[in-house]
Write a protein that binds this ligand. Structure first.
Ligand code: PAF
Length: 291
């Protein structure tokens, strides 16, 4: 199949993107932004699909942001698959791919960073110091460069969404945020660009993340309210079934991300686990039974 014709148009220059989006919006078009680091999978494509259902034009950004990787993280080996990404975007009809060079994003004198407060501190913030400073900075830059009406993010990066929400509210950023559900493999593994690193054995063990969340959900549905019991059960599955190394498991308030001891309303369960050398994250929102 020849996908060339329907591939998105690649724009590399931030100024050109800004002019193009402004022109579209002046013409009455609604424009959506799907920020990604490439290595696109069905999770990203579902964001683009939703953007296209709700907007006239979908701009997908592909930029591996060095500022959100720590010194010991996988920046150098992060998958870069631009050709395949453009083909994948052709299948959903995203019209524009914004693929800036690193120098066009972080110029030689770049010295301004966005630090989001408390919500960026626990969980990922604790395990990956500086990560959300890099995320918030690039996301605000992408919002400013593109100037779209709406931006689409996945719930898989739950804390990232909360950090971006906080930033948008605190800095009066004129953009609407939309959060889309986690897309999973048939066996429950959440789609992630990092899944390609898993060996067949690790891939099987990685299902333990979803299995542990489902188990937590069942415990709560059958009346368990104590966070410590849920944490212990989740950790046991991750260690025994997944043979994983746990970075964290949290039972937390879905907005502040502060730990909760008793589950009395909607609650976040979030986890990060290393299966072999691959760090995977997952989460779910649970509700105690009514009454
Ligand atoms: O979620 C991601 O892929 C990245 O953190 C984002 C939002 C594209 C910023 O680099």
């Amino acid at each position: 199949m020849n996908t060339e014709r329907t591939r998105p148009r690649v724009i590399r220059d931030p100024g050109a993107l800004h002019r193009e989006v402004a022109e579209l919006r002046r013409g009455g078009k609604k424009v959506g932004l799907v920020p990604t680091m490439g290595a696109l999978h069905q999770g990203h494509l579902s964001l683009a699909r939703t953007a296209l259902e709700e907007c006239d034009v979908c701009v997908t950004t592909i930029f591996v942001n060095p500022a959100q990787f720590g010194p010991s993280e996988d920046l150098a080996k992060y998958p870069r698959t631009l050709d395949a990404d453009l083909d994948a975007l052709a299948t959903v009809g995203s019209q524009i791919a914004f693929v800036p060079e690193t120098d066009a994003v972080y110029g030689p004198g770049h010295a301004t960073w966005i630090e989001v407060g408390a919500v960026a501190e626990p969980l990922e913030g604790q395990c990956r110091p500086g990560h959300f400073r890099g995320v918030a900075t690039i996301v605000l830059k992408l919002f400013n460069m593109a100037g779209t009406d709406v931006a689409y993010f996945g719930q898989k990066d739950y804390q990232q969404v909360q950090v971006i929400r906080r930033m948008v509210e605190d800095l009066n950023v004129p953009i609407q945020l939309r959060v889309c559900p986690i897309v999973r493999e048939p066996d429950g593994l959440a789609l992630s660009s990092r899944n390609v690193y898993l060996s067949p054995d690790q891939r099987q063990r990685a299902v333990s993340l979803y299995a542990s969340l489902c188990h937590a959900e069942k415990m709560v549905a059958s009346g368990e309210t104590r966070a410590d019991r849920i944490l212990a059960a989740v950790e046991e599955i991750l260690l025994e079934q997944g043979k994983g190394r746990i970075d964290y498991v949290a039972v937390a308030d879905p907005e502040t991300l502060e730990p909760v001891e008793q589950i009395t309303g909607e609650t976040l369960i979030a986890l990060a686990v290393r299966i072999g050398e691959t760090r995977l994250i997952d989460n779910c929102l649970i509700q105690p039974p009514a009454g």
